[in-house]
Design a protein around this ligand. Structure first.
Ligand code: HEM
Length: 402
């Protein structure tokens, strides 16, 4: 089996499940070559991924969670500053604490009403057309609006920022030279305007709170704010979008499952949403770096080695899930790790669940007879998985008069 988990081509039809299957069976901690780099360990079994993700003392998030070492395009001039995603405890704990309260389950549920209204507006905008690009016009709108609301920004700005995250998540080989760095630059330029605006007119939004917050008895440096901003816009954008469009695609490809869900949507949606998370696993990987020599899956890992966790593979591991290659919306329990685990477990997961439920409920109760107008175009990325465009035809459901 030809193993290539780097080339964007391996991901253009979705995650390379044939490669993952082979690796889990034959070489679950696989030494992977890296052109121009020093290679990495590809970890594909659920238990090994779980071990790596939870053991920050052995597996560090520094200097980066991307496979390429900094110094290349995106590891630009952040000075001494890092993004929270690329810190280890205790530093990471102090930064995460600054925004944790905004992302608890109760905090996410307080946003439910507003998110439901946004979902309705998003569907209102396409419902009479009978066709749309589901990714750009429906799935992508929700996370852009939600992050804008959270940060206290105009909703249209959220949409522009989201376009930049898509560039940032695209593999550099699939972009014109320098495009990734330019997108980060534009994001920072915008966020610098936010700093000026929120310092002049603070409000109760997350951007104002971050600017007023203290870590180790001092305010955040501007670059620390910029990196928080980039993380929040980046982390919640095309992850949620890809779950929604990849999820709808999975439902269309499994009509029996789709019918089962629609027979009792309200009751069945939570389990279905978890299965769609397992099935699509929008974050393909996170990298760690070994702080010391250790052993994993019978292989000797040396201090400084790159260790890469493949969540989409872990979530199809037969040692963890019965019939993992079948979409089973009633799966319960469903111990997937699409949101990761350990110190860095997705901070936005409760909010993501509220967004996903609101959007899926709105789409599935108002639209029907979904048909692909052409084949979905997949994001050419080895980091984030999902359709980049999904032209869809549909019919508006007739509303039953009360
Ligand atoms: C379906 C949607 C989403 C998926 C699949 C997802 C997945 C992930 C994963 C896999 C991680 C890394 C976990 C690890 O290293 O163990 C992560 C981290 C993170 N996510 Fe999400 N995410 C989603 C939505 C969101 C949303 C909506 C937000 C916020 C608006 C968000 C904010 C974050 C943040 C801030 C981190 C970094 C946490 C840390 O470093 O402590 N995510 N997410």
């Amino acid at each position: 089996m030809q193993i290539d988990l780097l080339s964007p081509e391996s991901f253009i039809g979705g995650q390379p499940h044939d490669q993952f299957r082979w690796l889990r069976q034959h070489d679950p901690v696989h030494r992977h070559e890296e052109p121009g780099g020093r290679g990495f360990w590809a970890v594909t079994r659920f238990d090994d991924v779980w071990t790596v993700d939870r053991d920050f003392q052995t597996y560090s998030s520094e200097p980066t969670i991307m496979i390429a070492d900094p110094a290349s395009e995106l590891g630009t001039s952040f000075g001494p500053y890092k993004m929270m995603l690329m810190m280890d405890p205790p530093e990471h704990t102090a930064f995460r604490k600054l925004i944790r309260s905004e992302f608890t389950q109760p905090a996410a549920h307080l946003r439910e009403g507003r998110i439901q209204i946004l979902a309705r507006q998003i569907v209102d905008a396409v419902i009479d057309k009978g066709e749309c690009d589901f990714v750009a016009e429906v799935a992508g709108e929700m996370p852009s609006y939600v992050i804008a609301e959270l940060m206290g920004l105009p909703l249209d700005d959220g949409r522009e920022l989201y376009k930049l995250t898509e560039i940032i998540h695209t593999s550099p080989e699939a972009l014109p030279p320098g495009a990734g760095g330019q997108a980060v630059g534009k994001m920072f330029e915008y966020a610098s305007g936010v700093i000026a605006e929120k310092r002049a007119r603070p409000s109760d939004d997350l951007a104002s709170k971050l600017l007023a917050a203290e870590v180790d008895g001092r305010r955040l440096a501007d670059m620390e704010f910029l990196l928080f901003f980039l993380l929040l816009v980046d982390a919640g954008g095309d992850t949620t979008r890809n779950l929604l469009s990849g999820g709808l695609l999975a439902l269309m490809q499994a009509p029996d499952q789709f019918r089962w869900l629609m027979a009792d949507l309200d009751r069945r949606l939570p389990a279905a949403r978890e299965e769609l998370l397992r099935w699509t696993s929008p974050v393909i990987y996170m990298r760690r770096t070994a702080r010391k020599d250790t052993e994993l899956g019978g292989k000797t890992i040396r201090q400084g080695d790159k260790v890469v966790m493949y969540f989409g593979s872990a979530n199809r591991d037969p040692a963890r899930f019965e019939r993992p290659e079948s979409l089973d919306l009633s799966r319960d329990p469903n111990p997937h790790n699409a949101f990761g685990a350990g110190a860095h477990a997705c901070l936005g997961q409760h909010l993501a669940r509220v967004e996903i439920d609101a959007m899926l409920r709105e789409v599935l109760t108002r639209m029907e007879a979904f048909e692909l107008a052409s084949d979905p175009e997949w994001l050419p990325s080895n980091f984030i998985s999902g359709p980049k465009a999904m032209p869809l035809k549909f019919k508006a459901k007739q509303r039953v008069a009360a």
